[in-house]
Design a protein around this ligand. Structure first.
Ligand code: FAD
Length: 171
């Protein structure tokens, strides 16, 4: 079976050479190595580095993002968009947000992450809630928690999304 990471199995083509790939390594849909679908560690191992050498090599600041850095940056962007969304959005703003999330789901540059996100947000109970900031912020928190669950990470308390992403903590 194809080797995939934490995403749902969407079998990519096999690479042309049959070198041993690290367990859980995800290929791009064209069968080529996919930087934004894997951790930097796995990407380095797939290029033939030992696990020890891959872990020891410093991370250059101007490298392309791996799946984790891409994810962190994207969540920062999305939750910040939610933090600036109007408390009561006009019909036009709601349409824009629906379109934005639909297109985002198609273009996210980790193919299995995008496929899972599209599948989740297409369910009637999960379609984006865009009436206003509170609705959208909580919906996005739920979407993020869905990925957290998939990856075995702790869920975030969505009552705290505004402290985390808009107002800051009371300290
Ligand atoms: P992140 O999950 O990136 O979170 C960043 C910060 O957001 C956290 O430190 C926390 O303060 C805050 N936070 C956490 N949860 C919530 C929440 N529910 N609401 C509000 N704030 C929160 N990676 C994969 O390996 N496989 C996937 O299939 C996958 N799918 C993804 C789909 C999407 C749409 C996106 C945007 C990312 C996806 N990622 C996936 C990346 C993954 O979600 C993480 O970004 C990555 O694992 C790095 O995690 P992290 O622990 O640094 O924190």
């Amino acid at each position: 079976p194809p080797q995939v990471g934490s995403g749902t199995v969407h079998p990519p083509k096999k690479p042309t050479d049959s070198k041993q790939l690290p367990k859980g390594y995800v290929l791009d849909k064209d069968g080529k190595p996919c930087r934004t679908c894997n951790s930097l560690l796995d990407f380095r191992k797939a290029k033939g580095m030992s696990a020890a050498a891959a872990a020891a090599k410093p991370v250059a600041r101007d490298c392309p993002p791996d799946v984790n850095e891409l994810g962190r940056s994207t969540w920062t962007f999305l939750h910040s968009v939610a933090a600036q969304y109007p408390e009561q959005a006009t019909p036009a703003q709601q349409d824009d947000m629906k379109s934005f999330m639909r297109i985002f789901g198609k273009l996210y540059p980790c193919w299995y992450c995008a496929a899972d996100f599209q599948e989740w947000s297409a369910k009637p109970e999960n379609t984006p809630k865009v009436a206003g900031q509170e609705d959208f912020g909580r919906w996005l928190c739920d979407a993020h928690n869905e990925v957290n669950r998939k990856l075995g990470k702790p869920e975030f308390d969505c009552n705290l999304w505004k402290e985390r992403w808009r107002d800051g903590w009371n300290d």
